[in-house]
Write a protein that binds this ligand. Sequence first.
Ligand SMILES: *Cc1c(COP(=O)(O)O)cnc(C)c1O
Length: 465
Amino acid sequence: MRYISTRGSAPALDFENVTLTGLASDGGLYLPEAWPSFSPQEIAALAGLSYVETAVRVMMPFVGDALDEDALRELCTQAYGRFDHDAVTPLIQLDHQHWLLELFHGPTLAFKDVALQLLGLLFERFLSKRDTHITIVGATSGDTGSAAIDAVAGRAKVDIFMLHPEGRVSDVQRRQMTTVLAPNVHNIAIKGSFDDAQAMVKAMFADPDFSGRFQLSAVNSINWARLMAQVVYYFYAAVRLGAPERRIAFAVPTGNFGDVFAGYVAERMGLPVERLIVATNVNDILHRALSTGDYSAGQVVPTATPSMDIQVSSNFERLLFDLGGRDGTALADAMRGFETKRALQLSNAQREGAARLFSSARIDAEAMGHAMRWAHDRAGQVIDPHSAVGLAAARASDVVDVPVVTLATAHPAKFRDAVERATGVRPPLPSRIANLFEREERYDVLPATLADVTGYIAERATPRS
Ligand SMILES: *Cc1c(COP(=O)(O)O)cnc(C)c1O
């Protein structure tokens, strides 16, 4: 399998290189040259398979020659063996039509573990054959940071530097990062906002001397391997609910458009997806883009769903590319326009293509709280605010006669205060992090200036030999 950039001019790469690279050199995002396709018989044959076996079947066409099937199975067994539920991503029935797909049974209690546990192992495997060391640099508003740190802590040939805005992530989220004391883990609290941290990370990647010297690598959802790992649970859930004979709809709480794009990939591969319901909070750029064609960024408004407080959804570029006839030159122009004007108008082909599969909803605080209470009072389920945004959109949609699966993206204990405010129930910390508040923390606080942060990293990272 070869991967091409959405902006048309970066070299095509194989799976191994696309995993280690992240962003393409032309500023675009990598996608498979063609979608693999599964026949209804092949989908039917997934019935009854374990999560790991499903993962091997679904991911093998994307991996190509980079790993053989046994090697991929070994990595999946290791990655998903760390989940504390045998089904890895269990389905919970809420009423006659609505289901939750619980994606938060991994080590850090958010769905990002599903992809990052595997990505950490892929990095280790691919680097073991090479004479290189990589430096992961990222900015987090909470969940990505802890999932990435857990995935690479203690692994050879990788250092991770994770920036978070000081005082603006929850205590649980901060401690999940800062109590990991492995020597290759470096937590930096920035005296500034998430946007300040993110801007510094972008500046480091854009500086060829710095990024080349330390072999910078990204673990955010622009990394193709992350999306690939997320395609698996769409198949796993749909087959359990009757695919390929029965069509299934999914509601996805969305920030960077990564998780829901994985659903789009599953549909392209032949899974009978009736609808993908894109659920945003009041930061609704994706809802506006899908409902009116207006993809224009506003100011980020902080909400109880911080992992969705995003105005520019990186992975949307992948959808625009695929729906716009895969014209890299045209998309590169459009994205350059977006970068200067912070606004872009979808073409008719893009709008019509999206409307065939996607609908969307903007869920405010009141609707989110209502969904949390409905799940608790009517279905006996305590759900986190992000999942509640998805469920509110699922219940507001006009999908009839097919099961609607809401992706439950975080464990309610991760957002205990918001859950308690809405439902009166304070979810206990699960046993794997029950002593989180007794563990020793380690992190450094730095001013939000690029020179301080690059200086800090340069002192501690391993330069290219
Ligand atoms: C990251 C995250 C999201 C948003 O996922 P995207 O792939 O960025 O759309 C939603 N919920 C939770 C809990 C998250 O951590």
